[in-house]
Ligand binder design. Structure first.
Ligand code: GDP
Length: 305
C-alpha cells in the first residue's frame, strides 16, 4: 500500500490534500463548492463525475457540520462507490483473478506508447508469482521491435513467448498457434499482445476483431477478458481513444498505467463513470513489480490517508 501511495503522490499532493482540507473544514460554502469543482476538473475526473461528487457532498455537508474525520470518511465512500462499476455501495467489485485449472485468455489492447508491453511483462510476472502456468502470444507483428520487447519481458518473468519472427506475420495466426500451445501445455493464463497503431484505425479494428473471432472459435471453453491499457497521463484525451477501442474490441476492463507520472489520477473515476468499464489493474512505475490488481478501497485509502 505504501508503494501505491508513493505512486499516487502527484495526484494526492495536488488534488486530494486540498480536497480533504476543504471537506474537513465544516459546512460547504458556495466558494468551497467552486474550489472543489476546479480541483476535480483539474485532476481530470471529468464533468459528469465532478457534478455527481459535488451533488453528493452538498446533499450531506451543506447544512450539517460533520467532524473532519467523518466528512473525510464520507468523501472516501463517495469516491469508492464511483470507482466500482455496478457497485451499489455495499460491496466492491471482486478483483479480476484468472480461474485455476482452466485456460484464461487475456487480450491486451491499447494505443502504442500506453505501456502495453510493459504491462504484459508485469502481468506475466504477477501471474507466475501467483502460481499460474503462463504463456504470452506476441501478436503485435507490425512493429518489428514489439516482438523482441515482449520476448525480453518473457525472459524476465520466465514465461515462453509464442511468436512468428516474420515481419507482418498474420497476428490472428500467431494467436491461433498460441492457443494450440496453451491447450497442449495446460496453460492457465495466456496473455496476448496486440498492435496499437491508431493512425490506421480501420485496419487495427479489423485486426482486433479477427483476433477476437479466432479466440472465440478456437477456445470456446476459455474465460476471455479484453483489457484496454490506458495511459493516465493523457487524462480525458485518453478516454477518447478508449471509446474507439471499446466499440470494436469488446473491452471488458481497463488497466491504467503511469499513475506515478501524473496529477491526473482522477481519470480513474472518469474511466468508470464515462466508459462504464471496471478498472482491473493499475501501473504506477516502470519496474516489473509496479502493477497492482485494482481495489477501489485500496486506491481511495492510498489517495486519502
Ligand atoms: P507500448 O508501446 O504500449 O507497448 O508501451 P511500452 O510498454 O513500451 O511503454 C512505453 C513507456 O512507458 C516505456 O518507457 C515504459 O517504461 C513506460 N511505462 C509503462 N508503464 C508505466 C508506468 O506505470 N509508470 C511509468 N512511469 N512508466 C511506465
Amino acid at each position: 500500500l505504501n508503494r501505491l501511495r508513493q505512486g499516487l503522490d502527484k495526484t494526492r499532493l495536488s488534488l486530494v490534500n486540498q480536497l480533504k482540507a476543504i471537506v474537513g473544514q465544516g459546512p460547504l460554502s458556495a466558494d468551497s463548492v467552486d474550489d472543489i469543482e476546479a480541483l476535480l476538473l483539474q485532476a481530470d475526473v471529468g464533468v459528469k463525475a465532478t457534478d455527481l461528487i459535488i451533488a453528493k457532498l452538498q446533499e450531506k455537508l451543506r447544512k450539517e457540520v460533520l467532524p473532519p474525520e467523518e466528512a473525510i470518511a464520507y468523501l472516501k465512500q463517495i469516491l469508492r462507490e464511483m470507482l466500482d462499476v455496478n457497485n451499489k455501495g455495499e460491496s466492491p467489485l471482486p478483483m479480476l483473478i484468472p480461474e485455476k485449472s482452466q485456460l484464461n485468455i487475456w487480450l491486451i489492447t491499447g494505443v502504442n506508447g500506453a505501456g502495453k508491453t510493459t504491462t504484459i511483462g508485469k502481468l506475466s510476472h504477477l501471474s507466475v508469482k501467483s502460481g499460474y502456468k503462463t504463456l504470452i502470444a506476441a501478436a503485435d507483428t507490425f512493429r518489428a521491435a514489439a516482438v523482441e520487447q515482449v520476448k525480453s519481458w518473457g525472459q524476465r518473468s520466465n514465461v515462453d513467448v509464442i511468436c512468428n519472427p516474420a515481419q507482418n506475420a498474420d497476428p490472428a495466426a500467431v494467436v491461433f498457434d498460441a492457443i494450440s500451445a496453451a491447450q497442449a501445455r495446460g496453460t492457465e493464463l495466456l496473455l496476448v499482445d496486440t498492435a496499437g497503431r491508431l493512425q490506421n484505425k480501420k485496419n487495427l479494428m479489423e485486426e482486433l476483431s479477427k483476433i477476437r473471432r479466432i479466440v472465440d472459435k478456437k477456445s470456446a471453453e476459455a474465460k476471455i477478458e479484453s483489457l484496454l491499457v490506458l495511459d493516465s497521463t493523457l487524462g480525458q484525451n485518453g478516454l477518447k481513444q478508449a471509446e474507439v477501442f471499446a466499440q470494436s474490441a469488446g473491452i471488458t476492463g481497463v488497466i491504467l498505467t503511469k499513475l506515478d507520472g501524473t496529477a491526473k489520477g482522477g481519470v480513474a473515476i472518469a474511466v468508470v463513470q464515462q466508459l462504464g468499464l471496471p478498472i482491473r489493474f493499475i501501473g504506477a512505475g516502470e519496474g516489473i513489480e509496479d502493477l497492482r490488481p485494482f481495489s477501489s478501497y485500496e486506491f481511495v485509502e492510498a489517495l486519502l490517508s
